[in-house]
Design a protein around this ligand. Structure first.
Ligand code: SF4
Ligand code: SF4
Length: 157
């Protein structure tokens, strides 16, 4: 049996490296696990451009109790609408929550003090009110034309 050992992440590596210079481990560690990119959004076409409404529905592969994707390795083939965040697009995905670590760094805002890399605790994301609630409803259980009934508010972008 071979054990793979990853070197520990360097403290505050995100302040010294650009997104495009980060290792895979560093990149993955940036995700705060809020789950907000897995919430089903509706675009409000009557509102100013790029107004997105958050719903109480989540992607079919999302587990709201763990705030994780249940098939992360195959997410792009299983869910064609799942968007890969990259160093190149992180600043342009306006539907992503403004709290998203990738957006924050791409926009030069740094990480928030509730981010687990700073707080040292994954619970700090929920305690700061950033994480999605565990009672999101799987989108497969909601008829598409009923999604409007699940709107919870406007996404801050
Ligand atoms: S919104 Fe950003 S930080 Fe939150 S789960 Fe998605 S990728 Fe991670
Ligand atoms: S496929 Fe996975 S990562 Fe992509 S939106 Fe759905 S739950 Fe989130």
């Amino acid at each position: 049996m071979v054990n793979t050992v990853h070197p520990p992440l360097k403290p505050r590596f995100w302040e010294e490296k650009s997104l495009s210079d980060m290792s895979r481990e560093e990149w993955e560690a940036l995700c705060d696990g809020c789950g907000r990119c897995c919430v089903v959004l509706l675009e409000d076409e009557d509102a100013p451009p790029a107004t997105y409404l958050e719903t109480k529905a989540c992607c079919r592969l999302f587990d709201p109790t763990t705030r994780g994707c249940t098939d992360y390795a195959h997410r792009f083939t299983r869910v064609p609408g799942c968007v890969k965040v990259t160093p190149e697009n992180a600043a342009t995905l306006q539907w992503m929550p403004e709290s998203c670590a990738y957006r924050r760094l791409a926009e030069g805002r740094g990480l928030a003090d509730w981010h687990p890399l700073i707080s040292g605790r994954s619970e700090s994301v929920a305690q700061a009110g950033i994480a999605v609630a565990p009672d999101l409803v799987n989108e497969t259980l909601i008829p598409e034309d009923a999604l409007w009934e699940y709107v919870t508010g406007v996404r801050e972008t």
